[in-house]
Design a protein around this ligand. Structure first.
Ligand code: SAH
Length: 345
């Protein structure tokens, strides 16, 4: 597959333009136009000779939105077709402060979490930085946003895929999204959710960025976690929480611990007590999410009473707890898992 211009950061695009014996201000014009969602053809201020030279080696589009579903509660779900025909999905949640877009980082996933729909076909491939960025660009454009007037206010890397398993492209995406010549997102508007690749949590902490880290913990003991999430065979919960503490100390950001409640697996009051003790005095919010049942998987969701008593036990240990509101219920049927997701604020 050809490389996309959107996968280039500002410095790389500038170097490319200079190598083509063009003036550097062209890079600024092209970078901001690409991030508005324009194709080369649509850039009326760029000479045709330059457009031709660029299109010899690069694509100016990474994907197109092929379907959009709108839920009664306003949540929208998009299906994107990539240039090689693969398809990924994303969802857009509406909040008082604006829109949060949930983006995918891989086609499929190889973490093989037993409860998750994304893993059904394993990993197909990583998304490039441009393919992740383009999800934001295209949705922002669809909402009539511009680079000076962003409509997508927050980005969550919580779609299909494990972001820390596609580390370099994800980090490049974050830097491109940060660029002031483009959409100019601050790290604080970006959240990354991981199933817990310990070494890469340390690596991310050492980048000196301030993105919000979310950890999919989902179990209070190694025994339960190993059963649900094969990734945990590489590290114990204690090792994982140690890495998170390091992240907190380096970034000064609070971590969100995601905990799916699955009936008769991890939802007892005893599980809540053990979880509270494990987390100890760490600076975290525990986000409880009722499991969304997936066809073909044996796991069941919990009733409200179970969720409430789990939350009560955590609160009795002075833990900060939020319960994730489930949005887009009426459009659930049509896609994998992320349409069911929602980060409560
Ligand atoms: N790989 C990353 C991000 C992708 S999934 C991670 O594991 O964090 C985003 C969140 O949705 C994760 O917490 C994941 O465990 C959770 N999830 C997956 N399938 C789910 C389901 N059927 N019901 C509820 N949450 C689910």
């Amino acid at each position: 597959m050809r490389e996309s211009l959107i996968s280039l950061n500002y410095e790389e695009l500038t170097r490319l333009i200079l190598d083509l014996n063009e003036k550097s201000y062209r890079a600024e014009q092209i970078f901001s136009a690409l991030h508005k969602g324009l194709t080369l053809k649509e850039m009326s201020n760029i000479p045709d000779t330059l457009k031709t030279k660029l299109s010899e080696n690069y694509d100016d589009k990474c994907l197109e939105i092929i379907t959009e579903q709108v839920s009664k509660d306003g949540t929208r779900k998009f299906l994107y077709r990539l240039n090689d025909g693969n398809v990924v999905e994303g969802s857009l949640m509406t909040y008082k402060f604006g829109y949060t877009l949930c983006v995918s980082t891989q086609v499929g996933c190889r973490m093989n979490c037993k409860f998750c729909a994304s893993c059904l076909d394993g990993l197909v491939r990583n998304l490039s930085a441009g393919e992740i960025m383009s999800q934001v660009i295209e949705v922002n454009k669809r909402l009539c946003g511009d680079i000076k007037n962003r409509k997508v206010t927050n980005i969550v890397l919580m779609g299909s895929g494990e972001p820390l398993d596609n580390y370099d492209n994800v980090l490049k995406f974050i830097k491109i999204a940060n660029d002031k010549h483009g959409l100019n997102y601050s790290d604080r508007n970006i959240s990354l959710s991981t199933s817990g690749l310990v070494q890469n949590i340390y690596k991310l902490a050492d980048e000196n960025r301030h993105i919000n880290l979310c950890l999919s913990l989902h179990a209070p003991t190694d025994e339960i976690r190993r059963e649900l999430m094969p990734v945990s065979r590489g590290a114990t919960i204690d090792e994982l929480l140690k890495a998170c503490n390091y992240y907190i100390s380096k970034t000064n950001r609070r971590i969100l611990i995601e905990y799916i409640l699955i009936k008769n697996v991890n939802s007892s009051k005893e599980c809540a007590r053990v979880l509270a003790q494990k987390v100890g005095t760490m600076n975290v919010i525990i986000n409880l999410i009722n499991y969304n049942e997936v066809e073909g998987k044996p796991y069941k969701s919990c009733d409200k009473k179970t969720i409430d008593s789990f939350a009560e036990v955590l609160k009795s240990y002075n833990k900060q707890v939020t319960t994730r509101r489930s949005l887009g219920k009426d459009i659930d049927g049509a896609c994998g898992q992320l349409r069911r997701k929602y980060i409560s604020t």
